[in-house]
Design a binder for this molecule. Structure first.
Ligand code: ADP
Length: 276
């Protein structure tokens, strides 16, 4: 392990008896935690402002061109379409960001119920299918009846994000396989694609907020770097895990593992699982 850097605040107070100094009171306080929180806050604020400023600069730039230049109609349309695209990106960014904030602060309540996860995953697939024609979505269900204790909407968001990424980062199409199975009291769901893959040095940061892989092969692909952070947060709240296996240029596989729901007594299932 790396040695942990600690920050310490020291106060001292001379102690007098009459006019005679007889000692010094020394207070030694470990402020590492406060220091870290402060540092993370300012780093976060600067990342957020950068992320907001980039699309805004482009909206402003193109709006100014439209206002002050005589442009041919096709140019005008092109610029308006860029403004529209960037404004949408800003909206997604703000929504994702607020979602994540709410989740992390524990202010978002989870509506936990026993749910057949297979149905949810299939629902997420159907929603995404509308957007794809060049990809082959394959559904491998070996745990049709498996039940987990979950918030349906949040889980839908997890699988929508993962399937959406699989499609987005496979610009040349290919197979996307979603595999559901059980193993040792857990339900496993893997989404596997044949897309761009992820460089090994990016893997440790992949689930961090705003982290995006900065490779030339994907610079044109839009995103906020919040999708996987949201997925991870939701999975943590379900006492689950997420792992990734990826080979650059060959594809990626994300696996989610969740504890299977086992009712302890007939009729008393809901009470036996308190909400987190
Ligand atoms: P976003 O897609 O908005 O950039 P995410 O948090 O969803 O943000 O993903 C973070 C990064 O991880 C992406 O920028 C992308 O480079 C990489 N990534 C995520 N999923 C995949 C995938 N299925 N294949 C390849 N790269 C991926």
């Amino acid at each position: 392990h790396e040695p942990v850097k600690r920050y310490v605040q020291i106060y001292y107070e001379p102690l007098y008896r009459g006019s005679e100094l007889f000692g010094v009171l020394l207070v030694h306080r470990d402020i590492t935690k406060e220091y870290e929180v402060d540092r993370m806050k300012s780093e976060f604020v600067s990342t957020v402002s950068h992320e907001l400023r980039t699309p805004l600069a482009s909206v402003l730039g193109f709006a100014e061109l439209l206002l002050h230049r005589e442009l041919k109609p096709d140019r005008q349309r092109k610029y308006i379409s860029t403004i529209h695209q960037e404004a949408r990106r800003l909206t997604t960014l703000i929504n994702d960001f607020l979602d994540l904030q709410r989740m992390e602060s524990g202010r978002q309540s989870y509506d936990m119920k026993p749910a057949k996860l297979g149905e949810l995953v299939q629902e997420a697939m159907e929603l995404q299918k509308v957007n794809v024609s060049s990809h082959n979505l394959i559904w491998k269900d070996e745990a049709r009846e498996a039940i987990v204790f979950a918030d349906r909407d949040k889980m839908l968001q997890v699988f929508t994000n993962l399937i959406n990424n699989a499609i987005k980062y496979s610009p040349h199409g290919g197979k996307i396989t979603i595999h559901l199975r059980t193993e040792k009291g857990r339900l496993l769901v893997t989404t596997q694609d044949e897309g761009l893959g992820i460089p090994a040095d990016a893997l440790p940061n992949l689930f961090n907020k705003f982290y995006r892989v900065d490779n030339s092969d994907r610079r044109e692909i839009g995103g906020t770097g919040l999708g996987l952070a949201i997925v991870k947060e939701i999975i943590n709240r379900h006492k689950g895990d997420i792992s990734v296996h990826s080979v650059l240029g060959e594809g990626s596989a994300f696996t989610i593992s969740l504890p299977l729901f086992e009712p302890q007594e007939q009729g008393g299932e809901e009470q036996s699982y308190p909400s987190p």
